[in-house]
Write a protein that binds this ligand. Structure first.
Ligand SMILES: *Cc1c(COP(=O)(O)O)cnc(C)c1O
Length: 372
């Protein structure tokens, strides 16, 4: 086989494609699983923590995993345009894959509430960007109505192909570790990703569960051979101002600095509950301060820069480790959903100021001396 050509090629026997399907890919997937080297000690934890750095996908977030399949299937079905509501990363991925496929993309985003990098991507890839005076949940309702009436394919995660593509992250983790981790922790917004992870772990272990609902009868794609016999405990973390799973129902005015999970009415509500319940896991919430602290700690102690929403998985994990909720000696995988470069404003606002200095050796040496 030639070089790596994306997750549809890699996992075609576990995905709803045929040999005639016109695959739209940017060689997404195959992201690194990086073991944290310094943080576990700092936390006094004797197990292993590994991060699946999904920020290293082609458009900088895990959304590419679902978008390659959603756009592939839209193209196969003859669509010429796609539409989505987005907190930012879905719009970036939709715009890029639509460009790749020669399709038109329409993206609805909450005005002023999307990170700069994501907006730049959607604009650069030529999407028709509609900034709505409303939040993600408003946008979600609108694109469902519009796609029902106009010739535009909906590529939000209510599109089952999105979750089918996203489930491949679990296959990669199982292959890298040789088995499933003991715990898998990740941020939860619209809740498609936690559902897709669980679906992937279930398929990898040859088990069919309620979370397989989004297979929509396509369970032949449950794969030829189980990759492992084990499945992880799934733990989903939300931002405190945007935590419908903690409140037991929709949140009317979600607020958080972690804009990718600023969602009050998650579409994959019951699938996500199934993932947590079937795996023996739980949901929890983190404050914005805890999220930003985790983002900075990861960047400074491990050299890994993820966006605030992604750091929610570590912010929650730190709390659960402290609370003794995680068994000693466990292997934990945390999904880092998006790259830190997506949101430079938030990163700069919480960092130490830079040092203005004359372009002369003396003052520069003096300054450096203070840090040695
Ligand atoms: C989309 C997204 C999430 C949330 O994923 P859901 O599937 O909506 O729960 C978290 N982090 C980032 C960076 C995202 O782009």
């Amino acid at each position: 086989m030639a070089h790596y050509q994306g997750l549809i090629h890699r996992y075609r026997d576990r995905l709803p494609v045929s040999e005639h399907t016109p695959i739209v890919t940017l060689n997404e997937g195959n992201t690194p699983l990086i073991e944290l080297q310094r943080l576990p000690d700092t936390l006094g934890f004797d197990g292993r923590i590994l991060v699946k750095f999904e920020g290293l996908n082609p458009t900088g977030s895990f959304k590419d995993r679902g978008m390659t399949l959603a756009v592939t299937k839209a193209l196969e079905a003859g669509s010429q345009a796609i539409i989505c509501a987005s907190t930012g990363n879905t719009s970036a991925a939709a715009a890029a894959y639509a460009a790749r496929a020669g399709m038109t993309s329409f993206v609805l985003i909450p005005e002023g509430k999307i990170a700069l990098g994501k907006l730049a991507q959607a604009m650069m890839h030529g999407a028709v960007v509609l900034q709505i005076q409303g939040n993600f949940d408003d946008g979600m309702r609108l694109v469902q109505e519009i796609s029902a009436e106009m010739p535009v394919a909906l590529v939000n995660s209510v599109n089952p192909y999105r979750l089918q593509g996203q489930k491949t992250v679990a296959f990669e983790i199982v292959e890298a570790l040789g088995t499933a981790p003991d715990y898998h922790v990740l941020p939860v917004g619209n809740a498609g990703n936690i559902s897709a992870h669980w679906s992937g772990y279930c398929e990898a272990s040859g088990v069919q569960t309620a979370a397989c609902g989004h297979c929509q009868g396509q369970c032949p794609y449950h794969g030829p051979v189980p990759l492992t016999t084990r499945r992880p405990i799934m733990v989903g973390y939300q931002a405190a101002g945007s935590a419908p799973f903690m409140r037991g129902g929709p949140v009317a005015h979600p607020e958080t600095i972690a804009t990718a999970i600023r969602i009050g009415n998650p579409m994959s509500w019951s699938l996500a509950w199934a993932a947590v319940q079937e795996s023996g896991g739980w949901f929890d919430e983190c404050t914005d301060a805890e999220i930003l602290a985790a983002q900075a700690l990861l960047a400074r102690t491990e050299g890994i820069f993820c966006e605030p929403s992604s750091a929610t998985s570590l912010a929650g994990l730190f709390k659960d480790l402290k609370a003794g909720r995680i068994k000693a000696g466990s292997t934990i995988v945390a999904t880092l959903t998006g790259h830190g470069l997506k949101d430079p404003d938030t990163a700069i606002a919480q960092s130490q100021p830079t040092h203005g200095v004359a372009a002369e050796k003396g003052p520069i040496a003096e300054l450096i001396g203070k840090f040695l």
